[in-house]
Ligand binder design. Structure first.
Ligand SMILES: CC(C)(COP(=O)(O)OP(=O)(O)OC[C@H]1O[C@@H](n2cnc3c(N)ncnc32)[C@H](O)[C@@H]1OP(=O)(O)O)[C@@H](O)C(=O)NCCC(=O)NCCS
Length: 241
């Protein structure tokens, strides 16, 4: 990997997608993927996780976009039964789908800074969707019904990316992340595929709209006393020194 590849300050360059190849990750990519993920995400993962997502163990769809021999983007997704998802994520599908229905979780989607806004992430996501739509299965009911992910609520680039690519907001996740010791809010976004669909009736939509607003308000009200306390501590410190 060239040293300027990881710099945050590189000039954006338009990459010709015709020169971008797609290939699955292999164990020899561990170090590169780790360097990229540390640059792309504010969360650190253990080495065993990097080994897991790059090993050909049939658990993940781990695809790399490669330009001039260098990895410039990665998507990693895992298809699993609804029953093995977190409780709040099990509601992404209508209750008419049994708990053994399959859904796909995006663990990683990232593109090197200097290659962004050239369609690389779109290429990776489209490849994932294409694969899931045509996945060889014995019975079509085994096909993944939804692709979903969690995103920090202030990651506007990713939110814009997913919204423009047919993903819809499923839920607001207050204090879902812990980033360097600080609790941060997140969202769950979903794209339905292979006839999968949301559980919402008209009433559910109103309920979720209200719950989302209430959660936002609760978030603001919870932070207010902390802000006031911090302000008072600052004033008290100034008075004491
Ligand atoms: C989100 C991310 C994967 C997008 O990759 P990308 O290769 O730039 O995406 P594409 O070129 O395929 O699509 C670009 C679209 O994404 C959205 N987008 C990307 N960067 C954006 C930004 N800085 N501000 C607003 N929208 C942005 C826009 O909808 C844009 O479309 P446009 O160029 O027509 O306006 C990339 O910004 C990234 O790697 N971010 C850091 C890692 C991350 O946050 N991943 C998502 C975690 S859930």
């Amino acid at each position: 990997m060239s040293s300027n590849m990881n710099s945050s300050y590189c000039q954006a360059q338009v990459v010709d997608l015709m020169q971008v190849q797609l290939r699955f990750l292999t164990i020899s990519d561990v170090a590169t993927v780790k360097v990229h993920c540390l640059d792309w995400f504010p969360i650190e993962y253990p080495d065993s996780w990097y080994l897991d997502i790059t090993t050909d163990n049939g658990k993940y769809f781990s695809l790399a976009a490669v330009h001039l021999g260098q990895i410039i983007g990665v998507v990693v997704a895992q298809t699993k039964g609804l029953e093995s998802c977190r409780e709040e994520d099990q509601e992404i599908l209508s209750a008419k789908f049994p708990l053994d229905s399959r859904v796909t979780y995006i663990l990683v989607l990232g593109v090197c800074r200097e290659y962004r806004r050239s369609g690389v992430a779109s290429l990776l996501i489209n490849s994932l969707l294409e694969y899931l739509r045509n996945e060889p299965v014995q019975n079509v009911t085994q096909r993944s019904r939804a692709v979903f992910l969690h995103v920090l609520s202030d990651n506007m680039a990713a939110i814009s990316f997913y919204s423009r690519r047919g993903f819809v907001l499923h839920s607001y996740l207050p204090q879902y992340y812990e980033v360097r010791g600080v609790a941060r809010d997140g969202y769950c976004y979903v794209r339905y595929i292979n006839d999968g669909h949301a559980p919402y009736s008209g009433l559910d939509k109103i309920y979720h709209w209200l719950a989302y607003r209430a959660a936002l308000l609760a978030g603001i009200l919870c932070h207010l006393p902390i802000l006031i306390l911090k302000r008072w501590r600052k004033i008290a410190r100034r008075m004491l020194t």
